[in-house]
Design a protein around this ligand. Structure first.
Ligand code: NIG
Ligand code: FE
Length: 423
């Protein structure tokens, strides 16, 4: 017999959720359970029951059980953003006009702009400043339906400032409602002081940064920007293998700007995910499919860099589970709205709304090793859900450029109501 529940979301016009505890590839990515006239019952921070409204009277309640009316709207799992560069000092709005004049992303980086200018501002910021700025970004994300996000370091690029960044992420995970999953990304760029001796910087990453990060348990993953003029394939392999020896699972910024071979490297080192993949080759895609690497695609970055879009349909056809993320960062994608990403994925990747839902929930959770507890509305999973100002899934894929979130339930608590954060 079910124990009394604490919160019941009733009058759900349509509940849409993927199902399961692992990533979905191929045809399964588009298989989403839809229940018309549904309810979700929550006990503590977990889902206790999901079903059709006609079964509601049988649910055991107690005096304090709260009934929340979803107003006949769409309910989905809370969104999971599996690739963000959440913590950074300053912004880079001035680069926009350079870009408009035709200066390339890698040229801006080469002249000490780009990532390196953010490094200066991040080093100058205190831990408290980074935490405050991160909290503001997380508030925006929560208001737009994101209940869990991955956060990468990578704008410190020395031992002290990489640790400061990861400590900011840990502090935010303790204090903010949104759950954070930390990734170490010391190999995001070679900092100016190591410009002429990149091998020494790689040694610093392998011999000082990774051991400290692991010792202080500040990250679960190790990511490398495998890119022309940043870290070559051999260097990336070396850094990823070093991380694995310390228990950090590999992730790769792969084939973002040039087809360097990051997708195949991800497969070779057994990475959980390869991310970006705008220029992934047929061979890279085949290698990922064979090795079971999840693709994290970032259409906001293609839009903002005004470049081509990753071949999502090919990846889905090859059976690769596709996740979607914002890539929130001050240079190549200054947005933290997964809703925009949902719209872009439909229009530019030709993904159907059901595939997109799986990509921003279950597959996203799997790509950061959280799919056992997150990413679907099923008994026993964390009670993270969104009530949308929309009647069905098609509507959120179609109506773009505005925030359609009405209510967010995070860990069983109403965190956003009427589109506003609840204190
Ligand atoms: O994912 N590719 C590397 N990192 C970010 C960009 C970071 C930046 O420009 O500040 C990205 O696109
Ligand atoms: Fe990125």
């Amino acid at each position: 017999m079910l124990k009394p529940v604490d919160l019941i979301i009733k009058n759900i016009g349509m509940l849409a959720t993927p199902q399961g505890t692992g990533p979905k590839g191929g045809k399964e990515q588009g298989e989403v359970t839809k229940i018309k006239g549904a309810f979700v019952a929550i006990r503590g921070d977990q889902i206790a029951a999901v079903g059709e409204e006609e079964d509601l009277p049988q649910l055991p309640t107690h005096e304090g059980t709260v009934f929340h009316d979803a107003g006949g709207c769409l309910v989905t799992p809370g969104l999971v953003d599996p690739h963000t560069h959440l913590i950074f000092g300053g912004w880079r709005q001035r680069e926009l006009s350079l870009k408009l004049k035709g200066v390339s992303y890698l040229d801006i980086l080469d002249k000490g702009g780009g990532i390196l200018s953010t490094v200066k501002h991040t080093r100058a910021a205190s831990l408290e400043e980074l935490v405050q700025k991160g909290a503001k970004a997380l508030n925006t994300m929560l208001l737009h339906g994101t209940t869990c996000c991955e956060a990468k370091s990578g704008y410190g690029l020395n031992v002290e400032d990489e640790l400061k960044t990861l400590r900011a992420i840990a502090q935010l995970n303790d204090t903010h409602l949104v759950d954070l999953v930390p990734t170490f990304m010391g190999a995001h760029a070679v900092p100016e002081e190591y410009r002429d001796r990149p091998a020494a910087f790689i040694n610093l990453i392998k011999e000082e940064m990774i051991p400290r990060v692991a010792e202080e348990k500040l990250a679960e993953f190790n990511d490398v920007f495998c890119e022309d003029g940043v870290f070559a394939v051999e260097e990336s392999r070396d850094i990823l293998e070093a991380g694995k020896r310390y228990g950090l699972a590999a992730k790769v910024h792969a084939d973002e700007i040039t087809p360097l071979g990051g997708a195949s490297l991800a497969a070779e080192v057994g990475a959980i995910s390869a991310e970006h993949l705008i220029h992934a080759t047929d061979e890279g895609i085949a290698d990922m499919a064979a090795a079971g690497v999840i693709a994290i695609l970032l259409p906001g970055t293609s839009l903002y860099l005004d470049t081509s879009f990753a071949r999502a349909r090919t990846m889905i056809e090859k059976g690769i589970p596709v996740a979607l993320a914002t890539d929130y960062n001050p240079g190549s994608c200054p947005t933290n709205s997964l809703q925009l990403i949902i719209n872009l994925a439909c229009i530019k990747y030709k993904m159907i709304p059901e595939e997109v839902l799986t990509a921003v929930t279950l597959n996203a959770a799997a790509s950061i090793k959280r799919s056992a507890i997150l990413g679907s509305l099923e008994v026993g999973k964390l009670a993270d859900l969104v009530i949308w100002d929309a009647p069905d899934l098609d509507f959120i894929a179609y109506h773009f450029g505005v925030n359609l979130v009405k209510t967010v339930v995070k860990g069983g608590k109403i965190a956003v109501a009427k589109g506003v954060l609840v204190d």
